[in-house]
Design a protein. Sequence first.
Length: 135
Amino acid sequence: PYAAAAVLGFWFWATWDHMPAWENPEALWERVLAQEPANLDAHENLGRYYLGQERHELSLKHLSQGKTYLSDNIHNRAFVLMRLKRLDEADELLRQAEQRNPNEAKILNLRGSLYLERDDFANAEYYFRKSMEVP
């Protein structure tokens, strides 16, 4: 019985000691990065978290260190660049993504939004229509 109580006491303390890391996603992923600075999942998740918080500079910083080869990451980085009014960088990123996969509807749709932001209505319409035609 004493050994079981000691083990339970240890696990209670260990759990209690790690509770601040679970306070919110930011705290959790920052803790992971403190232990593993090159953790792609942590950067990816922090980037998405900051995107939801509209903290665009921090979002871009972490997304750029995340899984940059994933379509979702490319989409999110381009979206953040557009929010930061860095339209040329967003356009180049989307252009490269379209070259790799010309049938990625959300990339095509975001390109349409980018052209709309530039008041280039002809290209905006082209990309919006193209995104809807993807099988």
